[in-house]
Ligand binder design. Structure first.
Ligand code: AMP
Length: 245
């Protein structure tokens, strides 16, 4: 199964992705994690993306597309994967489609976690304060100002992916404001359900069938006048009458 998880920062994509990893035995590919690892290791890629990341802006498409292209070729991704944080805009979604197409593959579904941004922002700000009070390490982009920037980037660049994937019949929307286990269960149900597009196609087909049922279709093909069976019966009846007379 090849999945994309969509949703603003703090919507719980990481938590839900981990549940899906355990359930389906496929890896979670988080571009944010990969970029943070590159930054921590001080690689050339890490150096290039550092400024964008600490400001909460998207890093250039060609860089993330290249790391995803490499990552999905790894053996553990052969059975499928869960993309978390990628694609983040329509050009990245198109690049992903091309990458998969080249290998004769496609996405199975895109799950969007719908959340209330104001509640989300309050929740994250509270968590940041609590972590700071406990002296825990924060991500460099974990502060209220950067978070607002990340939300703005999401709204402007990532949110249009909803319509993009809806048009492709891949989008499944799940209420991300429920407790973690309820969100996880809703995702599993959504993935088990038939794609909206498939259902619509089936509905159109059966509607077409009820207009001209096989029996009616056969009747339509028969030439006007009496059927063969009726004619035979009529002939037999006439013969009987002749014999009696
Ligand atoms: P995340 O952990 O997914 O919230 O990502 C953290 C940061 O990494 C983002 O704010 C971006 O700066 C960068 N990033 C992660 N994934 C992408 C992506 N697909 N495209 C551009 N930038 C990304």
């Amino acid at each position: 199964m090849r999945l994309v998880l969509l949703g603003p920062p703090g919507a719980g994509k990481g938590t839900q992705a981990d549940q899906l990893v355990a359930r389906y035995g496929i890896p979670r590919l988080s571009t944010g994690d990969m970029l943070r690892a590159a930054m921590a290791a001080g690689t050339a890629l890490g150096e290039r993306v550092k400024d964008n990341m600490v400001r909460g802006e998207l890093v250039p498409d060609e860089l993330v597309v290249a790391i995803v292209a490499d990552r999905i070729r790894e053996p553990d991704a052969a059975k499928g994967f869960i993309l978390d944080g990628f694609p983040r805009n329509v050009p990245q979604a198109e690049a992903l489609e091309r990458l998969l197409q080249e290998r004769g593959l496609k996405l199975d579904a895109v799950v969007e976690l719908k959340v209330d941004e104001t509640i989300l922002l309050n929740r994250i700000q509270r968590r940041i304060l609590q972590m700071t009070a406990r002296g825990e390490a924060l991500r460099p982009d974990d502060n209220a100002e950067v978070l607002k920037q990340r939300l703005a980037a999401y709204r402007a660049q990532t949110a249009p992916l909803s319509a993009h994937y809806r048009r492709k019949g891949l989008l499944k929307i799940v209420d991300g404001m429920q407790p973690i286990a309820a969100v996880a269960a809703a995702i599993v149900r959504a993935l088990a359900a038939e794609p909206a597009e498939g259902l619509a196609r089936k509905a159109r087909k059966s509607k077409g069938k009820s207009a001209v049922t096989p029996r009616r279709a056969k009747a339509k093909r028969r030439p006007a006048g009496r059927s063969k069976a009726k004619k035979t019966k009529a002939r037999q009846g006439a013969a009987r009458t002749r014999r009696r007379g």
